[in-house]
Design a protein around this ligand. Structure first.
Ligand SMILES: *[C@@H]1O[C@H](CO)[C@@H](O)[C@H](O)[C@H]1NC(C)=O
Ligand SMILES: *[C@@H]1O[C@H](CO)[C@@H](O)[C@H](O)[C@H]1NC(C)=O
Length: 350
């Protein structure tokens, strides 16, 4: 799966020096010691494997055990990214996470911050078992489950987990708030510059399979049988695949906004299939207040915000053709205006 990994930061820093290895059920992991910019000691663990998959577009599974000591002191290659400006880089086998903690005593029980960074790919929805859609978000859910099972070993409190992210990471955060699959895996959320319903994501909600077909056509893959179509896409060089996804964008707005979006899943193994991340438009989930089930907004303060000169970057070279934006843009704008985040116990930052 081409996807995102998560980074965990314990927010309370203590002055201490401690052992370098931590024992998890997967095996022993060896970290490193370092000092923060303000000279506080902390321990870092880089690239701990939390997930794996057999074929591209599969739903990931727990990474499993290793023998001996896992060396978490080394840099590693991140997830494959088409590169907004430069050439594609990274690898597909990238379901790893980093942990930073000032105290890995199990009794420290420090709050946990989970950073979800922005990134593309990992979303092919062909409406069949071999490519169900939202794989990248399911990878993140797997990461959040790993945190529930392991973070106490690093001094974290699994009952005080805050997820936060910027841009595509913020979209992920907002979607986790709407998804039944992420229920109970976090307790607070901060979405920095991104929502679950922004137009260049939401116009694709019901178009997962259409987008998959477009991508297949762009790569000369067969499209009438969707299983064969997925097989063909699984065999392509991922860097070529990433590049051709640029052609999927309807707006000429955000280079990777087309193929690489979340979508409503149409495939399921039955009513209670635990592998369905999103079966409906998150806008409907929010309107009906069902996000309260995943995340009790009354007990905490969700934070959502945007940046000054937010999208200027994308306007360079006049690439933004506003006329191409669909009517839903206006509708969503009005919806957000009417939402009154404050009444839901939220804070608006900008
Ligand atoms: C991994 O190791 C744990 C013990 O640390 C053991 O309980 C578990 O069965 C092992 N899992 C696998 C898949 O080998
Ligand atoms: C780590 O946390 C434990 C439990 O709160 C505490 O007893 C210990 O002093 C802490 N260690 C350091 C070095 O701060």
């Amino acid at each position: 799966m081409i996807s995102k990994t998560v980074l965990i930061l314990a927010i309370y820093f203590a002055h201490s020096v401690f052992g370098e290895s931590v024992t998890l059920s997967q095996g022993v992991v060896k970290g490193f010691q370092a000092k923060s910019r303000s000279s506080k000691d902390y321990h870092g663990f880089k690239g701990i494997p939390y997930g794996k998959f057999e074929k591209r577009f599969d739903i990931s599974k727990p990474a499993g055990n290793w023998s001996g000591v896992f060396d978490a002191t080394l840099d590693y290659e991140g997830c494959l990214d088409i590169g907004l400006l430069g050439a594609p880089s990274g690898v597909e086998d990238c379901l790893k996470l980093d942990v930073y903690t000032p105290n890995h005593s199990a009794s420290a029980k420090m709050p946990v911050l989970v950073w979800i960074y922005g990134g593309p790919l990992g979303f092919l929805n062909a409406g069949v078992a071999s490519a169900r859609g939202n794989q990248g978000l399911k990878d993140q859910v797997l990461g959040l489950k790993w945190i529930q099972e392991n973070i106490e070993n690093f001094g974290g409190n699994k009952d005080r987990v805050t997820i936060f992210g910027e841009s595509a990471g913020a979209i992920s955060v907002a979607l986790h708030v709407a998804s039944p699959m992420a229920k109970g895996l976090f307790h607070s959320a901060i979405a920095q510059s991104g929502t679950a319903v922004q137009t260049f994501i939401s116009v694709y909600w019901g178009r997962g399979v259409d987008q998959a077909v477009k991508l297949a056509q762009a790569n000369n893959c067969p499209t009438s049988n969707k299983e064969y179509m997925v097989e063909c896409l699984q065999h392509l060089d991922p860097k070529i695949l990433g590049k051709s996804s640029l052609k999927m964008d309807d707006f000429g707005f955000l280079a990777d906004s087309g193929f690489t979006t979340p979508s409503i899943e149409t495939y399921s193994d039955g009513a209670d299939d635990p592998n369905v991340y999103l079966a409906e438009n998150p806008l409907d989930v929010f309107k009906a207040g069902r996000n309260f089930e995943t995340c009790p907004w009354s007990n905490w303060e969700p934070i959502s915000g945007e940046n000054f000169y937010e999208s200027k970057y994308f306007e360079i070279g006049d690439s933004l053709d506003v006329k191409k934006l669909p009517a839903e843009w206006k509708e969503l704008d009005e919806f957000w205006d009417s939402l009154k985040l404050k009444e839901m116990g939220g804070k608006w930052t900008s």
